[in-house]
Design a protein around this ligand. Structure first.
Ligand SMILES: [Zn+2]
Length: 303
């Protein structure tokens, strides 16, 4: 998770606006790198971004977005550049699914009501061997935003302090801290974070490759961690790695649509002939007819 701190509504202008992307110059004007900008290069699809909008201290946490594309370097320029016009190259990452809080959460009130926890977190961070780049500092015994902390790190603990909710997967949102509507947004974000963790685990278990026979897709942007039993059906299997398959987007869709199923021995099967599209007939059916098994090591199935 990350926090994006953006002062202005334009955020770069058309095509670069607030909640459509993250962007930052790749270096400072003096040529120095800045960790809160370089972080844009490090985000991955599925990462969650909490938006802090406005000029501190009058800023508000306004909602969440989900990263759609891994961060990349580009020579394209935002139409509204202001003080960043010196830069020839930019880091950019596209965002999707902006989920606004019905009531934006005031930074001022967080800094006053959570001062103790935030101070503790800040001091603890200082003792870490690898410090996290966080969005605030303690100055003259007061909390304030770190100038230029455009994209900062947000772990479960810090998210919990800010949003008044334990961010571990199964915990409930403490509704006394936020409105019912905001709690709803937080809950759906937590579900996405759970999904992302599951997906990352599955991808790494499968060596980041689609496990459908003969498929050679390895690009992380085109892979998903799919559930064998759908979450809704089997709550007991939720989040379990042995309930997951690493599939490319096409095979995931084909699986979801029921063009093929998988039995307990990992045989690819089709229950009945489907009136499927050309792609499926060409790419899926031959493997089904020939009784191929998924390229899965049994290691993944040990309970
Ligand atoms: Zn595939």
């Amino acid at each position: 998770m990350f926090i994006e701190m953006s002062r202005d509504a334009d955020h770069g202008g058309k095509g670069w606006g607030f909640s459509t992307c993250l962007w930052a110059p790749i270096k400072k004007e003096n040529g120095a790198q800045w960790p809160f900008w370089s972080k844009v290069r490090q985000v991955l699809p599925g990462d969650v971004v909490l938006h802090l909008k406005g000029i501190p201290p009058n800023a508000h946490f306004t909602g969440f977005s989900v990263v759609a594309s891994a961060g990349y370097k580009t020579e394209s320029r935002p139409p509204i550049l202001g003080q960043w016009a010196f830069s020839k190259e930019f880091f950019r990452s596209d965002l999707t699914d902006y989920m606004p809080f019905p009531m934006p959460i005031s930074l001022k009130s967080i800094f006053s009501t959570r001062k103790e926890e935030l101070s503790e977190y800040f001091i603890e961070n200082k003792t870490r061997s690898v410090r996290k780049n966080i969005f605030y500092v303690i100055q003259s015994a007061r909390l304030q935003c770190l100038n230029g902390a455009y994209l900062s790190e947000l772990d479960e603990q810090l998210a919990g302090i800010i949003l008044g909710s334990d961010f571990s997967e199964e915990s409930e949102v403490r509704s006394q801290d936020v409105s019912v509507e905001t709690a709803h947004v937080i809950r759906s974000v937590k579900a996405r974070i759970g999904q992302k963790k599951f997906s990352d685990l599955i991808k790494s278990n499968y060596g980041s490759k689609c496990c459908f026979p003969g498929c050679d897709v390895t690009d992380a942007d085109f892979l998903v961690g799919a559930h064998i039993a759908r979450w809704a059906d089997r709550i007991d299997l939720r989040g379990r790695a042995d309930n997951g398959l690493c599939l490319c987007l096409m095979h995931d869709k084909a699986f979801e649509k029921g063009f093929f199923t998988i039995d307990e021995n990992l045989n690819v099967k089709i229950s009945e002939v489907q009136e499927s599209g050309q792609w499926c007939m060409r790419e899926v059916a031959p493997y089904v007819v020939n009784g191929f098994r998924l390229a899965v090591s049994l290691l993944h199935l040990t309970h």
